[in-house]
Design a protein around this ligand. Structure first.
Ligand code: MF3
Ligand code: CO
Ligand code: CO
Length: 293
């Protein structure tokens, strides 16, 4: 049986990105091609089958169980290496592989990013202090399917800056997710995030972006956390990608430490991030790594 979601409506925006209606654009080509083929050819985007979505959803359930365990551990005095040990052991126990381990030479099983670290912090000797913020980014591979999500936690009692940046980063992701619907564009998602975060006087990191995910860790498309409404790839059901805005309290500029991974704000300001794996559905979206924002 042909999946309805693989057909493009005559009046829908053409997936080639021309901005024209499909019936006035690619539909005129001799053979009506499926959205799935078009997205693969045009953008290298893999639209997921229901079976693949189910696999990613299961990886997401496991991920959120591990994340809940991490949340319980977070307290002043915790060594970031202990988060790595916990995530690694829980992942292996579930018959799963931690995708970060040895990924392009990353030496640990989870990213742990404290305060001015934007992302890709390497767990190690660092001891969490009262008032810190810490992002934990987890990516298990279950039966070959990847789910990717992160949360930023308070360590002990947060100060006003920590409260502000964590709240704005969480709401930035929420705004991005709420912009997801079939027929909307990636530019709509980026714009929703950028206009909110900058409107609050914060800045959006440009160098790191969300990404297609599921069959591989990082697939097409790139999901920018800034942009213009109506621009970029048109969202269609079956797309699965992360949204993971990194929001700085100060300026957006960053540098990477000599370890080649740890990205930090140039001005030393706090940076926070939340990430979820999002499926575009027929009617809107579904988070495959759901938690409240
Ligand atoms: N989980 C990160 C992301 O959201 C990627 C980490 S790559 C690693 O895309 F190698 F640092 F793990
Ligand atoms: Co990601
Ligand atoms: Co991630």
């Amino acid at each position: 049986m042909k999946n309805k979601s693989n057909k493009i409506g005559r009046n829908a925006l053409c997936p080639c990105g021309s901005g024209k209606k499909y019936k006035h654009c690619c539909r005129n080509s001799k053979k009506e091609i499926s959205v799935k083929e078009t997205y693969k050819q045009q953008y290298d985007i893999i639209l997921k089958t229901p079976k693949q979505v189910e696999g990613i959803r299961k990886a997401g359930v496991l991920l959120m169980q591990i994340m809940a365990g991490v949340e319980k551990m977070i307290a002043p005095g915790l060594v970031t290496e202990e988060i790595n040990t916990f995530v690694h052991e829980q992942t292996i126990r579930a018959g799963t592989i931690p995708a970060p381990l040895n990924y392009r030479g990353f030496p640990k099983s989870v990213c742990v990013s404290v305060n001015e670290v934007i992302c890709h912090g390497i767990p190690g000797e660092k001891v969490l202090q009262d008032g810190d913020i810490v992002n934990v980014d987890i990516t298990p591979v279950l039966n070959g399917y990847y789910a990717d999500a992160s949360k930023t936690f308070f360590v002990g009692t947060p100060g006003p800056d920590a409260k502000k940046i964590v709240s704005i980063a969480a709401t930035s992701l929420k705004k991005g997710i709420q912009a997801v619907a079939p027929g909307a564009t990636l530019g709509d998602v980026g714009h929703a995030i950028q206009s909110y975060a900058e409107g609050k006087g914060c800045s959006v990191v440009r160098e790191f972006v969300g990404h297609g995910v599921g069959i591989d860790f990082h697939e097409q498309p790139q999901v920018l956390h800034f942009g213009s409404p109506g621009k970029g790839v048109v969202l269609v059901p079956g797309m699965v990608f992360t949204i993971e805005p990194m929001i700085n309290l100060g300026k957006k500029e960053l540098h990477v430490l000599p370890d080649k991974w740890t990205a930090v704000t140039n001005d030393g300001s706090l940076s926070a991030q939340f990430e979820q794996t999002i499926l575009v559905t027929e009617t809107g979206y579904e988070s495959l790594t759901p938690y409240d924002l």
